[in-house]
Design a protein around this ligand. Sequence first.
Ligand SMILES: CC(C)(COP(=O)(O)OP(=O)(O)OC[C@H]1O[C@@H](n2cnc3c(N)ncnc32)[C@H](O)[C@@H]1OP(=O)(O)O)[C@@H](O)C(=O)NCCC(=O)NCCS
Length: 186
Amino acid sequence: MSSAAPLELPDEAPTWDGVRLRPYRTRDVPMLRDLATDPYVPLIGTLPARATEDEALAYIQRQHDRLLTGTGYSFAVTLEESDEAVGGAGLWLGGVEHGRASAGYSIAPQFRGHGLGGRALIALTTFAWTLPEIHRVELFIEPWNAASIRTALKAGYSREGLLRSHQEIGGTRVDMELFAALRAGD
Ligand SMILES: CC(C)(COP(=O)(O)OP(=O)(O)OC[C@H]1O[C@@H](n2cnc3c(N)ncnc32)[C@H](O)[C@@H]1OP(=O)(O)O)[C@@H](O)C(=O)NCCC(=O)NCCS
């Protein structure tokens, strides 16, 4: 947990092609409970598997706390037209002292298959470039995760290489493909 200064949300919510990123709200609980049925999502974040309503509410509170602790920006991914939440996207600032951030994203199962993850990632990355200290945004993606790799490529990220035995996920050490986007002109 970072003890950096509290972060402020952008004045204008990041948007891209019909997708808008905003703070989580209580009404996003049903979407989070749908997301929590995905077997992989609980392994890569703090949303419990098959989350109850209370667990989803506690998750929302933790996302708000990320700003207060300076850990990063955790947004709900929403449809711009209806404000309906369809997933989550986070920009994490561990490493920001070196000009680096990392990003993560998930789309709830019922909303997949429409390229929403890629649009959310473009909105998030465009927002990252409004923060002058960030020069590089990194993604860590397991090699089997074709939908996430395709999402990264569509959002303009480049594959940089395979990080072997990079971390433990679900009790097993796994390799990660490293993708990154650089600030224009760097
Ligand atoms: C990754 C994720 C956000 C993508 O969701 P999405 O935006 O609905 O993705 P889509 O289904 O629209 O697929 C995006 C692209 O991947 C392709 N794709 C999807 N599944 C694929 C598969 N199994 N094999 C190959 N390509 C695949 C799609 O065809 C699409 O490409 P296209 O736009 O060129 O047609 C979603 O799958 C998810 O939330 N996964 C669980 C959490 C996760 O893995 N997050 C990323 C951690 S690094």
